[in-house]
Design a protein around this ligand. Structure first.
Ligand code: ADP
Ligand code: MG
Length: 352
């Protein structure tokens, strides 16, 4: 859906903000760009809606080179959420939310109806908040209006630059989980910039870890945390408290997939016995062979231990058994399960 092809941006003063960047974001995928200040995240994002023009390379949006699209038209089809929100102070919350539909020439009544719908979606009762002005809202409420406004014209693509950066940690955590729920419904293609690894891990389907103007690793949260591709990424991951969350979050039953029964595993692997023998089959063999104990953990073990085991065995899944009873397997845990667990709201842990 969004494709960067060998994109470089050098500003007029000679600063190379982005250096030969190539990556792709699939439709409906949420990719977080994470890295220290000044590494080129905002520049990357602004090249998508042409607030910044690349020096070299090209960016495709749904297969179309954005440099061929009129920038004003382009921006009306891309939702944009920034930390400072940028609400119009003299317009009501409802009218702020209806900005893009109004620009697109929707009838006023329809634009307002849509705005009310979106306010509702982000948890602001339009009857209560619609007629207020931005200064009559809390920081968290303003951020919600920013998200509602970006979604109002139902753009397929959403760019979010530190969208939850300006609010306190408790509100931030709540906005993050609300946004995840919202994204599960609207399924936009999202590029989200943050300097906070924990946020990147929690929100991203995949994460691009930035070094200076370059992506050091582009991978799932589980792999970035568990198998950093470079010493730089290892440092970045190690320095953040994101890993602490892993260490203090237990594996629960909700994170598990039902364990395949012994009979199922046999019928699944037997017909493929003469096949190519990929790692999945090898793993299935390991799981059914009594001679080679399969990786397993008790329920309640930390996600950090679970992730370490998953990556170490490269098995795709590990068995989770009842505490103190290794023979009673409750289900299996995959990296997806670890990711889902990370996404569970655990506000009581984040303050530790
Ligand atoms: P990030 O969003 O990761 O903090 P930016 O993309 O804003 O990083 O900036 C990347 C680099 O480009 C930084 O060194 C920054 O100083 C520089 N930069 C950003 N905007 C401009 C500009 N308009 N002119 C010159 N240099 C810029
Ligand atoms: Mg920035």
């Amino acid at each position: 859906m969004i494709r960067f092809e060998k994109v470089t941006k050098r500003y007029a003063d000679g600063t190379t903000a982005v250096d030969d960047l190539s990556f792709e974001v699939a439709e409906g995928e949420l990719v977080t760009l994470v890295g220290p200040s000044g590494c080129g995240k905002t520049t990357t994002m602004k090249m998508v809606n042409r607030l910044v023009e690349p020096t070299e390379g090209r960016i495709l949006l749904g297969g179309e080179d954005v440099s061929a699209v009129d920038p004003v038209r382009l921006r009306r089809t891309i939702g944009y959420v920034i930390q400072q929100v940028g609400l119009f102070p003299h317009r009501t919350v409802l009218d702020n939310t209806a900005t893009v539909p109004a620009l697109l020439g929707w009838k006023k009544a329809r634009a307002r109806e849509r705005a009310a719908e979106l306010l509702d979606l982000v948890g602001l009762d339009p009857a209560v908040f619609g007629h207020r002005y931005p200064e009559q809202l809390s920081g968290g409420q303003r951020q919600r209006v920013g998200v509602a406004r970006a979604l109002a014209a139902d753009p397929p693509v959403l760019l979010m630059d530190e969208p939850f950066g300006a609010v306190d940690p408790v509100v931030r955590e709540r906005l993050q989980s609300e946004f995840l729920h919202l994204q599960a419904t609207v399924r936009k293609t999202v590029l989200l910039v943050t300097h906070d690894l924990e946020e990147a891990v929690r929100l991203g389907d995949r994460i691009a870890v930035y070094g200076q103007g370059r992506i050091e690793q582009f991978d799932t949260p589980a792999r970035v945390l568990g198998a950093p591709a470079t010493p730089y990424v290892a440092d970045f991951v190690g320095a953040d408290r994101g890993l602490k969350r892993l260490a203090v979050t237990p594996v629960t039953e909700a994170d598990l997939e039902t364990a395949p029964r012994a009979g199922d595993a046999a019928t699944e692997t037997a017909p493929r016995a003469g096949g190519s023998g990929g790692s999945a089959e090898a793993a299935a063999d390991a799981a059914t062979s009594p001679a080679d104990p399969s990786p397993a953990l008790p329920l309640g073990a930390s996600l950090k231990d679970a992730l370490a085991l998953l990556l170490q065995h490269d098995a795709g899944r590990i068995a989770v058994h009842a505490p103190g009873d290794p023979d009673r397997v409750l289900g299996s845990l995959t990296t997806d399960g670890v990711h889902r667990a990370l996404r569970r709201a655990r506000p009581e842990l984040s303050s530790r």
